[in-house]
Design a protein around this ligand. Structure first.
Ligand SMILES: Nc1nc2c(ncn2[C@@H]2O[C@H](COP(=O)(O)OP(=O)(O)O)[C@@H](O)[C@H]2O)c(=O)[nH]1
Ligand SMILES: [Mg+2]
Length: 452
């Protein structure tokens, strides 16, 4: 996700790992490099200065106390400081009012409308007893109202609109009246953006805010825009006193700058992160997990959370037992691939883990799965359980039965064997991954990739 910054910090940490002790000299060097890496990643200058000052003070104090594994010590220090910089803890939505208004604002194209819908879905999932009404108050772009209507319809969340009304404040007021009259708990208000900061927009937002007394004023920041997002956040905060930020486009090649600086500059929490275009691609912002990702430690928290949503636990536990005992059959393989396919945003999930950038472009499509399924279902039960050797004539029969070329069958057999072998020789499975029945995903994916 943060490619360059992650790479730099990682090589810096590994160069320290060889050192016996942290001396003032090599700390200075390391700190200087952290500073450059952060500046390079577009982190706000004064944020960087404060950050490295703190790291330096602490690491020197630290080195006096203990001189074991200086690289790890330093990594941990930078990690801890990054977490603190990003707010330490998760910052959930404040929906305490009887009718809580959430006003969403930001520049055009930052992801406001999408985030409104994602928030509605998120609340629907996390606060099942709360009823949400969406209000389409972006009257600048004619398509904006339609866009929200469609998103709402997909989610079965009602969207309030007023045809022919040109004043967003009037629409918002009417939406509020409806929400109150009909006992809604949350009103999410989508607002207009502009390409750049502009006075008219700010006035409109101030007016909306004064009319709605929102519980939350969420600034939506496109994380790929780096310092611009930070400046914009500061300006919105000055005018409408934001209560938090939603960082979007974190699935793109976002530079870490925005994530790190916005909170420090506005002193308002980073509340959510958007990691894709789909409605489910919103998660609560977790400073620790973000620090892990920036430092390239993988994102175990989110990985586990997501995997748990997508996996049938009992089924994967059983599969894993089988794999370890190497009684893994073609049927199990098919089931496992089915689970991989079910994980809709598998790709964005993989990108959260270290060393996975090479996986970009990996997609396991429905079509490929259907092909795999056809091949395995064309096998006899004895073949699927490997009680019968897959001779060339058998492979030809399978190819014929499933409408593929025999080469494809050969590749599928290889992929299966590789995955099976992998699990046999896998004593050091990562604890978390193993819990989810994923095994060493990276190798597993390589197996899948080779099959393809
Ligand atoms: N990749 C990615 N795309 C996003 C994300 N959030 C929004 N988008 C896309 O960005 C574009 C602009 O989003 P939209 O919500 O219309 O922005 P708005 O003008 O601020 O309302 C749309 O094509 C969205 O699908 C995200 O987190 N990741
Ligand atoms: Mg919009």
């Amino acid at each position: 996700m943060f490619g360059a910054l992650t790479d730099k910090l990682q090589s810096l940490f590994s160069s320290l790992t060889g050192k016996k002790t942290l001396t003032e000299e090599n700390i200075s060097d390391a700190v200087r490099q952290v500073r450059l890496a952060l500046l390079d990643a577009d982190v706000n200058y004064s944020v960087v200065s404060d950050f490295v000052k703190r790291v330096k003070e602490k690491s020197i104090g630290d080195a006096v106390l203990k001189s074991v594994s200086p690289g790890d010590q330093f990594t941990k220090l930078v990690h801890d400081e990054l977490i603190e910089l990003m707010g330490s803890v998760e910052s959930p939505l404040d929906l305490q009012a009887r009718l809580s208004v959430v006003m969403v604002c930001g520049l055009q194209g930052s992801g406001k409308t999408t985030s409104c819908a994602k928030l509605a879905a998120y609340i629907g999932k996390t606060e099942k007893n709360k009823r949400v009404l969406l209000a389409a108050c972006d009257l600048q772009r004619p398509a904006a109202v339609e866009q929200l209507k469609k998103l709402g319809a997909d989610l079965a969340v009602p969207v309030f609109t007023l045809d022919g009304e040109a004043s967003p404040v009037k629409v918002a007021k009417k939406a509020y009246e409806k929400a109150e009259a009909e006992g809604f708990d949350v009103l999410i208000v989508d607002t207009a953006g502009r390409l750049h900061l502009d006075e008219e927009l700010m006035k409109e937002l101030e007016l909306l805010k004064s009319q709605l007394s929102p519980r939350e004023v969420l600034f939506v920041a496109n994380a790929t825009t780096g310092q611009d997002a930070v400046r914009t956040a500061a300006e919105f905060d000055k005018r409408v006193q934001i209560t938090g930020t939603i960082l979007t486009m974190l699935d793109g090649n976002a530079r870490a700058g925005a994530a790190i600086s916005i909170r420090e500059v506005t002193k308002k929490p980073l509340k959510f992160e958007g990691i894709g275009e789909k409605i489910g691609d919103l998660q609560i912002f977790n400073p620790r997990s973000m620090a892990d990702r920036i430092l390239g430690m993988g994102d175990i928290i989110n990985l586990v959370k997501k995997a748990q949503e997508n996996f049938d636990e009992a089924q994967s536990a059983e599969l894993e037992k089988k794999m370890l005992k190497a009684t893994f059959t073609y049927e199990d393989y098919l089931r496992q691939m089915g689970m991989v396919k079910k994980m809709g945003s598998f790709k964005s999930l993989l990108k959260m883990m270290p060393g996975f950038s090479s996986m970009e472009g990996f997609e396991f499509s429905d079509k490929e799965f259907t092909k795999l399924e056809a091949m395995i279902l064309s096998m006899t039960v004895a073949e699927r359980q490997e009680r019968e050797e897959l001779s060339f004539s058998r492979r030809k029969r399978i190819a014929g039965g499933s409408g593929v070329h025999v080469d494809e069958v050969n590749r599928m057999v290889k992929g299966f064997k590789r995955v099976k072998q992998l699990f046999k020789s896998m004593p050091n499975m990562k604890a978390q991954a193993s819990k989810m029945g994923l095994g060493d995903i990276k190798k597993q994916i390589e197996g899948f990739k080779k099959w393809r």
